[in-house]
Design a protein around this ligand. Structure first.
Ligand SMILES: Cc1cc2nc3c(=O)[nH]c(=O)nc-3n(C[C@H](O)[C@H](O)[C@H](O)COP(=O)(O)OP(=O)(O)OC[C@H]3O[C@@H](n4cnc5c(N)ncnc54)[C@H](O)[C@@H]3O)c2cc1C
Length: 447
Protein backbone atom coordinates (compact mmCIF):
# COMPACT_ATOMS: atom_id res chain seq x y z
CA UNK A 1 0.00 0.00 0.00
CA UNK A 2 1.46 3.38 -1.01
CA UNK A 3 0.30 6.37 1.06
CA UNK A 4 1.10 10.04 1.37
CA UNK A 5 1.63 9.83 5.13
CA UNK A 6 1.64 7.52 8.11
CA UNK A 7 0.75 9.17 11.41
CA UNK A 8 1.69 7.63 14.76
CA UNK A 9 -0.86 8.69 17.36
CA UNK A 10 -4.60 9.38 17.07
CA UNK A 11 -4.70 12.21 19.60
CA UNK A 12 -5.52 15.81 18.63
CA UNK A 13 -2.09 16.29 16.97
CA UNK A 14 -2.26 13.13 14.87
CA UNK A 15 -5.90 13.50 13.88
CA UNK A 16 -5.57 17.17 12.96
CA UNK A 17 -2.55 16.40 10.76
CA UNK A 18 -4.24 13.41 9.12
CA UNK A 19 -7.61 15.14 8.62
CA UNK A 20 -5.99 18.25 7.08
CA UNK A 21 -4.12 15.99 4.63
CA UNK A 22 -7.31 14.02 3.92
CA UNK A 23 -9.24 17.24 3.20
CA UNK A 24 -6.77 17.78 0.35
CA UNK A 25 -7.46 14.30 -0.96
CA UNK A 26 -4.30 12.81 0.56
CA UNK A 27 -4.01 9.18 1.61
CA UNK A 28 -3.03 8.38 5.18
CA UNK A 29 -2.89 5.70 7.89
CA UNK A 30 -3.16 6.62 11.57
CA UNK A 31 -1.83 4.09 14.09
CA UNK A 32 -2.49 4.17 17.84
CA UNK A 33 -2.21 1.47 20.53
CA UNK A 34 -5.21 2.90 22.45
CA UNK A 35 -8.70 1.45 22.15
CA UNK A 36 -10.27 4.84 21.37
CA UNK A 37 -9.18 7.81 19.29
CA UNK A 38 -8.79 11.30 20.76
CA UNK A 39 -5.75 10.98 23.07
CA UNK A 40 -6.37 13.10 26.16
CA UNK A 41 -9.77 14.27 24.87
CA UNK A 42 -12.29 12.08 26.68
CA UNK A 43 -15.96 13.00 27.02
CA UNK A 44 -18.28 10.77 29.04
CA UNK A 45 -22.09 10.98 28.83
CA UNK A 46 -24.21 9.40 31.56
CA UNK A 47 -27.79 10.00 32.78
CA UNK A 48 -27.95 13.58 31.51
CA UNK A 49 -24.39 14.44 32.63
CA UNK A 50 -21.71 15.32 30.11
CA UNK A 51 -18.30 15.19 31.71
CA UNK A 52 -14.86 15.96 30.32
CA UNK A 53 -12.22 13.64 31.80
CA UNK A 54 -9.37 15.32 29.87
CA UNK A 55 -9.33 18.85 28.50
CA UNK A 56 -12.45 20.85 29.36
CA UNK A 57 -12.44 23.68 26.87
CA UNK A 58 -10.75 25.10 23.80
CA UNK A 59 -9.40 28.63 23.75
CA UNK A 60 -9.83 30.35 20.38
CA UNK A 61 -7.21 33.05 19.94
CA UNK A 62 -8.22 34.36 16.54
CA UNK A 63 -10.67 33.99 13.69
CA UNK A 64 -8.24 31.47 12.16
CA UNK A 65 -8.93 29.10 15.05
CA UNK A 66 -12.69 29.39 14.45
CA UNK A 67 -12.05 28.82 10.73
CA UNK A 68 -10.16 25.62 11.53
CA UNK A 69 -13.12 24.32 13.54
CA UNK A 70 -15.28 25.34 10.57
CA UNK A 71 -13.15 23.20 8.25
CA UNK A 72 -13.93 20.29 10.56
CA UNK A 73 -17.64 20.98 10.07
CA UNK A 74 -18.04 22.04 13.69
CA UNK A 75 -18.90 25.74 13.22
CA UNK A 76 -22.57 25.30 14.12
CA UNK A 77 -21.78 23.22 17.20
CA UNK A 78 -19.46 25.75 18.86
CA UNK A 79 -20.76 26.97 22.19
CA UNK A 80 -19.19 29.99 23.84
CA UNK A 81 -18.74 29.90 27.60
CA UNK A 82 -21.46 31.53 29.69
CA UNK A 83 -20.56 35.06 30.88
CA UNK A 84 -19.64 33.51 34.22
CA UNK A 85 -16.80 31.82 32.33
CA UNK A 86 -15.00 35.18 32.10
CA UNK A 87 -14.52 35.24 35.86
CA UNK A 88 -11.64 33.38 37.56
CA UNK A 89 -11.44 32.88 41.31
CA UNK A 90 -8.09 32.77 43.09
CA UNK A 91 -7.60 31.59 46.66
CA UNK A 92 -5.27 33.57 48.87
CA UNK A 93 -4.75 33.25 52.63
CA UNK A 94 -8.08 31.53 53.05
CA UNK A 95 -10.07 34.10 51.04
CA UNK A 96 -11.39 33.81 47.51
CA UNK A 97 -10.89 36.71 45.09
CA UNK A 98 -12.60 37.20 41.74
CA UNK A 99 -10.85 38.51 38.61
CA UNK A 100 -12.48 39.19 35.27
CA UNK A 101 -10.90 39.49 31.82
CA UNK A 102 -10.66 43.26 32.41
CA UNK A 103 -7.13 43.90 33.78
CA UNK A 104 -8.57 46.61 36.02
CA UNK A 105 -10.25 43.92 38.09
CA UNK A 106 -6.81 43.10 39.51
CA UNK A 107 -6.53 46.61 40.87
CA UNK A 108 -10.11 46.58 42.18
CA UNK A 109 -9.80 43.23 43.93
CA UNK A 110 -8.14 42.63 47.28
CA UNK A 111 -6.01 39.79 45.92
CA UNK A 112 -2.97 42.11 45.95
CA UNK A 113 -1.97 44.51 48.72
CA UNK A 114 -1.44 48.20 47.89
CA UNK A 115 2.28 47.49 47.66
CA UNK A 116 1.63 44.55 45.32
CA UNK A 117 -0.57 46.72 43.06
CA UNK A 118 2.04 49.47 43.09
CA UNK A 119 4.78 47.04 42.05
CA UNK A 120 2.53 45.69 39.32
CA UNK A 121 2.06 49.18 37.85
CA UNK A 122 5.77 49.97 38.20
CA UNK A 123 6.35 47.32 35.53
CA UNK A 124 5.92 49.99 32.85
CA UNK A 125 9.19 51.57 34.04
CA UNK A 126 11.21 48.36 34.31
CA UNK A 127 14.17 48.11 31.92
CA UNK A 128 14.22 45.53 29.15
CA UNK A 129 16.34 42.50 29.97
CA UNK A 130 16.97 39.33 28.07
CA UNK A 131 17.90 36.49 30.40
CA UNK A 132 18.46 33.20 28.66
CA UNK A 133 16.71 30.31 30.32
CA UNK A 134 14.87 32.57 32.76
CA UNK A 135 12.12 30.75 34.64
CA UNK A 136 8.53 31.98 34.69
CA UNK A 137 8.85 32.58 38.43
CA UNK A 138 11.95 34.74 38.16
CA UNK A 139 10.49 36.67 35.20
CA UNK A 140 7.27 37.39 37.14
CA UNK A 141 9.22 38.53 40.21
CA UNK A 142 11.65 40.63 38.21
CA UNK A 143 8.97 42.49 36.29
CA UNK A 144 5.98 42.57 38.63
CA UNK A 145 7.21 41.79 42.15
CA UNK A 146 6.92 38.84 44.52
CA UNK A 147 3.21 39.23 45.27
CA UNK A 148 2.16 39.08 41.62
CA UNK A 149 4.46 36.09 41.13
CA UNK A 150 2.90 34.31 44.13
CA UNK A 151 -0.72 35.27 43.75
CA UNK A 152 -1.26 35.56 39.99
CA UNK A 153 1.40 33.68 38.07
CA UNK A 154 1.64 30.74 40.47
CA UNK A 155 -2.06 29.76 40.43
CA UNK A 156 -2.19 30.31 36.67
CA UNK A 157 0.71 27.87 36.17
CA UNK A 158 -1.00 25.40 38.51
CA UNK A 159 -4.15 25.66 36.41
CA UNK A 160 -2.66 25.54 32.93
CA UNK A 161 0.52 23.48 33.20
CA UNK A 162 0.07 21.69 36.54
CA UNK A 163 3.64 22.94 36.68
CA UNK A 164 6.27 24.61 38.82
CA UNK A 165 6.85 28.26 37.80
CA UNK A 166 10.33 28.01 39.34
CA UNK A 167 11.25 25.37 36.73
CA UNK A 168 9.27 26.27 33.60
CA UNK A 169 11.32 28.36 31.19
CA UNK A 170 9.60 31.52 29.97
CA UNK A 171 10.78 31.42 26.36
CA UNK A 172 9.36 27.90 25.90
CA UNK A 173 6.25 28.06 28.12
CA UNK A 174 5.14 31.65 27.39
CA UNK A 175 7.04 32.85 24.31
CA UNK A 176 4.50 35.65 23.76
CA UNK A 177 5.46 37.22 27.12
CA UNK A 178 9.16 36.98 26.24
CA UNK A 179 8.37 38.66 22.89
CA UNK A 180 6.40 41.47 24.55
CA UNK A 181 9.44 42.33 26.66
CA UNK A 182 11.86 42.21 23.74
CA UNK A 183 9.56 44.18 21.39
CA UNK A 184 8.04 46.72 23.79
CA UNK A 185 10.34 46.68 26.85
CA UNK A 186 7.29 46.63 29.15
CA UNK A 187 4.70 43.83 29.13
CA UNK A 188 1.89 46.18 30.19
CA UNK A 189 2.79 48.75 27.53
CA UNK A 190 3.09 46.01 24.94
CA UNK A 191 -0.36 44.63 25.79
CA UNK A 192 -1.83 48.13 25.62
CA UNK A 193 -0.13 48.98 22.31
CA UNK A 194 -0.92 45.72 20.54
CA UNK A 195 -4.22 44.39 21.84
CA UNK A 196 -4.90 40.87 20.61
CA UNK A 197 -8.24 39.62 19.31
CA UNK A 198 -10.51 38.77 22.26
CA UNK A 199 -10.01 35.15 23.25
CA UNK A 200 -13.01 32.88 23.37
CA UNK A 201 -13.45 29.86 25.60
CA UNK A 202 -15.54 27.32 23.73
CA UNK A 203 -16.91 23.78 23.80
CA UNK A 204 -19.20 21.81 21.50
CA UNK A 205 -22.83 21.02 22.14
CA UNK A 206 -21.91 17.31 22.21
CA UNK A 207 -18.72 17.76 24.25
CA UNK A 208 -15.08 17.94 23.15
CA UNK A 209 -15.38 14.42 21.81
CA UNK A 210 -17.12 15.97 18.81
CA UNK A 211 -13.69 17.24 17.80
CA UNK A 212 -12.36 13.69 17.66
CA UNK A 213 -15.45 12.44 15.82
CA UNK A 214 -15.22 15.24 13.27
CA UNK A 215 -11.53 14.61 12.53
CA UNK A 216 -11.95 10.83 12.36
CA UNK A 217 -14.97 11.40 10.08
CA UNK A 218 -12.74 13.19 7.56
CA UNK A 219 -10.22 10.33 7.28
CA UNK A 220 -10.40 7.97 4.32
CA UNK A 221 -12.26 4.73 5.08
CA UNK A 222 -10.06 2.22 6.94
CA UNK A 223 -7.34 4.81 7.68
CA UNK A 224 -7.61 4.60 11.48
CA UNK A 225 -5.85 1.63 13.10
CA UNK A 226 -6.59 1.53 16.84
CA UNK A 227 -5.17 -1.05 19.25
CA UNK A 228 -2.22 -1.28 16.89
CA UNK A 229 1.49 -0.93 17.56
CA UNK A 230 4.30 -0.41 15.12
CA UNK A 231 6.60 -3.39 14.67
CA UNK A 232 9.01 -1.88 12.15
CA UNK A 233 9.89 1.57 10.83
CA UNK A 234 12.56 1.81 8.14
CA UNK A 235 13.53 4.49 5.70
CA UNK A 236 14.28 3.91 2.00
CA UNK A 237 15.05 6.21 -0.92
CA UNK A 238 11.32 6.93 -1.52
CA UNK A 239 10.20 7.42 2.05
CA UNK A 240 9.05 5.25 4.96
CA UNK A 241 8.18 1.59 5.37
CA UNK A 242 6.02 0.99 8.40
CA UNK A 243 4.60 -2.28 9.71
CA UNK A 244 2.12 -2.63 12.56
CA UNK A 245 0.25 -5.33 14.46
CA UNK A 246 -3.32 -5.07 15.75
CA UNK A 247 -4.91 -6.55 18.89
CA UNK A 248 -5.73 -9.78 17.01
CA UNK A 249 -2.05 -10.19 16.14
CA UNK A 250 -2.66 -9.38 12.46
CA UNK A 251 0.23 -7.68 10.67
CA UNK A 252 -0.22 -4.82 8.17
CA UNK A 253 2.19 -2.52 6.44
CA UNK A 254 2.42 0.50 4.19
CA UNK A 255 4.89 2.75 2.46
CA UNK A 256 4.54 6.54 2.72
CA UNK A 257 6.34 9.71 1.71
CA UNK A 258 5.98 11.21 5.20
CA UNK A 259 6.11 9.82 8.71
CA UNK A 260 4.49 11.94 11.43
CA UNK A 261 5.26 11.14 15.05
CA UNK A 262 2.69 12.51 17.49
CA UNK A 263 2.93 9.77 20.14
CA UNK A 264 4.30 11.25 23.39
CA UNK A 265 8.13 11.31 23.63
CA UNK A 266 8.30 8.79 26.49
CA UNK A 267 6.78 6.21 24.09
CA UNK A 268 9.30 6.69 21.30
CA UNK A 269 11.63 3.94 22.49
CA UNK A 270 8.79 1.45 21.72
CA UNK A 271 8.15 2.56 18.15
CA UNK A 272 10.54 0.03 16.54
CA UNK A 273 12.36 2.80 14.71
CA UNK A 274 15.80 1.19 14.87
CA UNK A 275 18.52 3.85 14.78
CA UNK A 276 16.30 6.60 13.35
CA UNK A 277 15.27 8.18 16.65
CA UNK A 278 18.55 7.42 18.44
CA UNK A 279 19.78 11.05 18.48
CA UNK A 280 16.60 12.23 20.16
CA UNK A 281 15.78 9.28 22.44
CA UNK A 282 17.75 10.38 25.48
CA UNK A 283 16.23 13.88 25.44
CA UNK A 284 12.78 12.37 24.77
CA UNK A 285 12.94 10.01 27.72
CA UNK A 286 13.65 12.79 30.19
CA UNK A 287 10.74 15.01 29.08
CA UNK A 288 8.88 15.58 32.33
CA UNK A 289 5.12 15.15 32.45
CA UNK A 290 3.91 14.78 36.04
CA UNK A 291 0.77 12.86 37.01
CA UNK A 292 -2.58 14.58 37.42
CA UNK A 293 -5.72 13.00 38.84
CA UNK A 294 -9.08 14.47 37.97
CA UNK A 295 -12.08 13.95 40.24
CA UNK A 296 -15.34 15.20 38.75
CA UNK A 297 -18.35 15.32 41.03
CA UNK A 298 -22.03 16.05 40.65
CA UNK A 299 -23.92 17.59 43.59
CA UNK A 300 -27.41 18.92 44.22
CA UNK A 301 -27.22 22.72 43.92
CA UNK A 302 -28.25 23.05 47.57
CA UNK A 303 -25.22 21.07 48.74
CA UNK A 304 -22.83 23.83 47.62
CA UNK A 305 -22.75 27.11 49.52
CA UNK A 306 -20.63 29.00 46.99
CA UNK A 307 -22.54 30.58 44.05
CA UNK A 308 -20.03 29.03 41.56
CA UNK A 309 -20.38 32.18 39.45
CA UNK A 310 -17.07 31.69 37.60
CA UNK A 311 -15.02 29.44 35.32
CA UNK A 312 -13.35 27.93 38.34
CA UNK A 313 -11.07 28.43 41.31
CA UNK A 314 -7.26 28.39 41.12
CA UNK A 315 -5.15 27.61 44.15
CA UNK A 316 -1.56 28.93 44.52
CA UNK A 317 1.01 26.50 45.91
CA UNK A 318 1.62 28.78 48.91
CA UNK A 319 -1.92 28.03 50.18
CA UNK A 320 -0.64 24.58 51.14
CA UNK A 321 -3.77 22.90 49.78
CA UNK A 322 -3.91 19.51 48.14
CA UNK A 323 -5.66 20.53 44.94
CA UNK A 324 -4.41 22.59 42.01
CA UNK A 325 -7.84 24.03 41.33
CA UNK A 326 -11.51 23.29 40.67
CA UNK A 327 -13.44 23.99 37.48
CA UNK A 328 -17.16 24.71 37.53
CA UNK A 329 -18.22 23.11 34.20
CA UNK A 330 -21.94 23.48 34.95
CA UNK A 331 -21.53 27.26 35.31
CA UNK A 332 -19.56 27.63 32.08
CA UNK A 333 -21.68 25.29 29.91
CA UNK A 334 -24.94 24.70 31.83
CA UNK A 335 -26.30 22.14 29.34
CA UNK A 336 -23.80 19.52 30.54
CA UNK A 337 -25.49 18.96 33.89
CA UNK A 338 -29.08 18.02 34.86
CA UNK A 339 -31.25 20.88 36.21
CA UNK A 340 -30.87 21.47 39.91
CA UNK A 341 -27.37 19.95 40.00
CA UNK A 342 -23.84 21.31 39.69
CA UNK A 343 -20.63 19.79 38.37
CA UNK A 344 -17.19 20.36 39.96
CA UNK A 345 -13.93 19.11 38.45
CA UNK A 346 -10.96 18.94 40.88
CA UNK A 347 -7.37 18.66 39.65
CA UNK A 348 -4.83 17.02 41.94
CA UNK A 349 -1.10 16.39 41.50
CA UNK A 350 1.20 18.19 39.05
CA UNK A 351 4.91 18.96 39.17
CA UNK A 352 4.96 20.10 42.80
CA UNK A 353 2.62 17.40 44.14
CA UNK A 354 3.62 14.26 42.28
CA UNK A 355 2.70 11.94 45.18
CA UNK A 356 -0.81 13.43 45.38
CA UNK A 357 -1.32 12.77 41.66
CA UNK A 358 -0.75 9.07 42.42
CA UNK A 359 -3.15 8.67 45.36
CA UNK A 360 -5.61 5.80 45.18
CA UNK A 361 -9.33 6.44 44.73
CA UNK A 362 -10.21 6.48 48.45
CA UNK A 363 -7.34 8.84 49.26
CA UNK A 364 -8.39 11.13 46.41
CA UNK A 365 -11.96 11.16 47.74
CA UNK A 366 -10.70 12.19 51.18
CA UNK A 367 -8.68 15.05 49.68
CA UNK A 368 -11.59 16.25 47.55
CA UNK A 369 -14.12 16.03 50.40
CA UNK A 370 -11.90 18.14 52.64
CA UNK A 371 -10.87 20.73 50.04
CA UNK A 372 -14.32 21.24 48.51
CA UNK A 373 -15.82 21.50 51.98
CA UNK A 374 -13.29 24.13 53.05
CA UNK A 375 -13.09 26.18 49.88
CA UNK A 376 -16.62 26.09 48.49
CA UNK A 377 -18.75 24.98 51.42
CA UNK A 378 -19.69 21.66 49.81
CA UNK A 379 -21.66 19.37 52.14
CA UNK A 380 -22.63 15.72 51.96
CA UNK A 381 -21.96 12.92 49.52
CA UNK A 382 -21.87 13.59 45.77
CA UNK A 383 -24.69 12.27 43.57
CA UNK A 384 -22.18 11.33 40.91
CA UNK A 385 -18.44 10.88 40.68
CA UNK A 386 -15.91 10.16 37.94
CA UNK A 387 -12.17 9.70 38.52
CA UNK A 388 -9.61 9.93 35.71
CA UNK A 389 -5.87 9.47 35.99
CA UNK A 390 -3.29 10.98 33.69
CA UNK A 391 0.00 9.35 34.77
CA UNK A 392 1.90 11.68 32.41
CA UNK A 393 -0.44 14.62 31.93
CA UNK A 394 1.24 17.73 30.54
CA UNK A 395 4.80 18.01 29.15
CA UNK A 396 6.79 20.52 31.18
CA UNK A 397 8.88 22.99 29.22
CA UNK A 398 11.80 23.14 31.66
CA UNK A 399 15.51 23.82 31.10
CA UNK A 400 15.95 20.45 29.39
CA UNK A 401 13.34 21.41 26.83
CA UNK A 402 15.81 23.44 24.75
CA UNK A 403 18.02 20.39 24.22
CA UNK A 404 14.97 18.32 23.29
CA UNK A 405 13.83 20.91 20.70
CA UNK A 406 17.30 20.98 19.16
CA UNK A 407 17.39 17.18 18.95
CA UNK A 408 13.96 17.16 17.26
CA UNK A 409 15.00 19.72 14.66
CA UNK A 410 18.30 17.87 14.00
CA UNK A 411 16.50 14.53 13.56
CA UNK A 412 13.96 16.06 11.16
CA UNK A 413 16.78 17.66 9.17
CA UNK A 414 18.56 14.30 8.93
CA UNK A 415 15.52 12.33 7.71
CA UNK A 416 13.50 13.97 5.01
CA UNK A 417 9.76 13.36 5.40
CA UNK A 418 9.97 12.89 9.18
CA UNK A 419 7.96 15.30 11.34
CA UNK A 420 7.23 15.58 15.06
CA UNK A 421 4.08 17.33 16.19
CA UNK A 422 2.24 17.33 19.51
CA UNK A 423 1.88 19.18 22.78
CA UNK A 424 5.49 18.25 23.56
CA UNK A 425 6.58 21.00 21.17
CA UNK A 426 5.38 24.55 20.48
CA UNK A 427 2.58 24.84 23.06
CA UNK A 428 0.67 22.58 25.41
CA UNK A 429 -2.88 23.76 24.71
CA UNK A 430 -5.37 21.78 22.70
CA UNK A 431 -6.04 24.58 20.21
CA UNK A 432 -2.36 25.24 19.53
CA UNK A 433 -1.81 21.50 19.02
CA UNK A 434 -4.69 21.34 16.54
CA UNK A 435 -3.33 24.39 14.75
CA UNK A 436 0.15 22.90 14.33
CA UNK A 437 -1.21 19.55 13.18
CA UNK A 438 -3.49 21.15 10.65
CA UNK A 439 -0.72 23.41 9.36
CA UNK A 440 1.53 20.39 8.83
CA UNK A 441 -1.24 18.35 7.17
CA UNK A 442 -1.93 21.16 4.74
CA UNK A 443 1.66 21.20 3.42
CA UNK A 444 2.64 17.50 3.35
CA UNK A 445 3.54 16.33 -0.16
CA UNK A 446 0.87 14.38 -2.03
CA UNK A 447 0.50 12.11 -5.02
C1 LIG B 1 -6.05 16.33 32.40
C2 LIG B 1 -5.79 17.25 31.24
C3 LIG B 1 -6.52 18.42 31.11
C4 LIG B 1 -6.28 19.28 30.03
N1 LIG B 1 -7.06 20.40 29.92
C5 LIG B 1 -6.92 21.19 28.83
C6 LIG B 1 -7.84 22.26 28.59
O1 LIG B 1 -8.83 22.45 29.32
N2 LIG B 1 -7.62 23.05 27.50
C7 LIG B 1 -6.57 22.83 26.64
O2 LIG B 1 -6.41 23.61 25.69
N3 LIG B 1 -5.72 21.80 26.81
C8 LIG B 1 -5.88 20.97 27.87
N4 LIG B 1 -5.05 19.87 28.03
C9 LIG B 1 -3.99 19.62 27.03
C10 LIG B 1 -4.54 18.86 25.79
O3 LIG B 1 -5.18 17.71 26.20
C11 LIG B 1 -3.36 18.58 24.86
O4 LIG B 1 -2.97 19.80 24.25
C12 LIG B 1 -3.68 17.60 23.74
O5 LIG B 1 -4.28 16.42 24.19
C13 LIG B 1 -2.37 17.26 23.02
O6 LIG B 1 -2.63 16.38 21.94
P1 LIG B 1 -1.53 15.35 21.45
O7 LIG B 1 -2.10 14.64 20.29
O8 LIG B 1 -0.23 16.06 21.33
O9 LIG B 1 -1.32 14.34 22.69
P2 LIG B 1 -2.30 13.29 23.34
O10 LIG B 1 -3.66 13.85 23.52
O11 LIG B 1 -1.60 12.81 24.56
O12 LIG B 1 -2.37 12.10 22.28
C14 LIG B 1 -1.25 11.27 22.02
C15 LIG B 1 -1.73 10.01 21.32
O13 LIG B 1 -0.57 9.19 21.06
C16 LIG B 1 -0.93 7.86 21.31
N5 LIG B 1 0.22 6.97 21.52
C17 LIG B 1 0.83 6.63 22.68
N6 LIG B 1 1.81 5.74 22.44
C18 LIG B 1 1.83 5.51 21.10
C19 LIG B 1 2.61 4.69 20.24
N7 LIG B 1 3.58 3.90 20.73
N8 LIG B 1 2.34 4.71 18.91
C20 LIG B 1 1.37 5.49 18.40
N9 LIG B 1 0.60 6.28 19.17
C21 LIG B 1 0.82 6.31 20.50
C22 LIG B 1 -1.84 7.94 22.51
O14 LIG B 1 -2.63 6.74 22.67
C23 LIG B 1 -2.68 9.16 22.16
O15 LIG B 1 -3.82 8.82 21.42
C24 LIG B 1 -5.27 18.97 29.09
C25 LIG B 1 -4.51 17.80 29.22
C26 LIG B 1 -4.77 16.93 30.28
C27 LIG B 1 -3.99 15.65 30.39
Amino acid sequence: MDLDAIVLGAGPAGLSTASALARRGGSVAVIDPAARAGGAVHTVKEDGWRVELGPNTLQLESKLDADLLGELGLAKEIQEADVRGAKRLIANEGHIHALTSNPRSILNSELLSWRGKFNLLLEVFQPRESIQGETVRSFAERRFGVEVADRLFDPMINGIHAGDPGRLVLEYAFPSLARLESDHRSILLGLWRSPSEPRKIVQFAGGLHRLTEAMVGQLPKGALHLQSTTTLIRRDSRGWNVAWRNALGEESGAHAKSLIITAPPWQWAHLACGEILKPVLHAAEIVEAPPVALVVRGYERGQVQHPLDAFGLLVPHSEGRKILGVLFPSSTFPNNTPDGSVQLACFIGGARNIALGRLDDDQLREVVDAELGDLLGVKGAPKKEWIARWPRAIPQYTHQHGRFLEALAATEALHSGLHFVGSFRGGISLMSTLRRGSELGSRLPRG
